[in-house]
Write a protein that binds this ligand. Sequence first.
Ligand SMILES: Nc1ncnc2c1ncn2[C@@H]1O[C@H](COP(=O)(O)OP(=O)(O)OP(=O)(O)O)[C@@H](O)[C@H]1O
Length: 214
Amino acid sequence: MRLVAEGLSAKRGEDLIFQDISFEIAGGEALVVKGPNGSGKSTLLRVLAGLLPAESGTAKLLAAAHPVERVGEGAHYLGHRNAMKRELTVEENLAFWKAFFGDFAGGQGMAVDAAVEAVGLGGIAHLPFGYLSAGQQRRMAMAKLLVAWRPVWILDEPTAALDIAAEEMFSDLVMAHLARGGLAIAATHQPLGLTGARELRMAGFAPVDAGSWA
Ligand SMILES: Nc1ncnc2c1ncn2[C@@H]1O[C@H](COP(=O)(O)OP(=O)(O)OP(=O)(O)O)[C@@H](O)[C@H]1O
């Protein structure tokens, strides 16, 4: 499986935020998107996830087993917000997402209780999501990635509000995802501990070509 982005440009409002971004990553690989505040990292991730239209260019998911897909079809997007209902329990939230997403071809999501254990929060899944601390809420949002299989994980500042143990836990989860043949694209200011990850450096309004990512 490969994710191929070619000549991506995007606007916010009337402003062109970036142009000519091209990259390619394969199953088992991670791409870390770096750059100063406002350089367009979140915008790029939202374009890849299909949440914002690209001004030009394409991003495709190519797999031998099935036809070309829009990246968003095969992706989980973890944004700045956790996308959980505060009044529902953790279990109810995760069960909703599991049923809503279903599994993408080629994999199977974890059971809700296994996902809760995997993020180290067994024992509090009966609580309303709104009762959890900020870091616990973020961990639960990560469990959302586990309950339904998506080959691509698109992660925007995934470790904000996490303690060091949770950062390590998350890096292990991403590495396990890559080991299953998944792909990950993460925008972050913090080191994520993703051994061997490639880097895309956003410079604000400037073309980014193959020479700028490694
Ligand atoms: N809805 C919008 N309308 C107009 N401009 C916007 C909108 N949303 C974001 N922008 C602008 O787009 C630019 C890129 O924002 P973006 O959130 O992608 O940056 P970022 O690199 O993720 O920043 P940070 O590191 O602070 O999270 C910024 O200059 C921002 O002000």
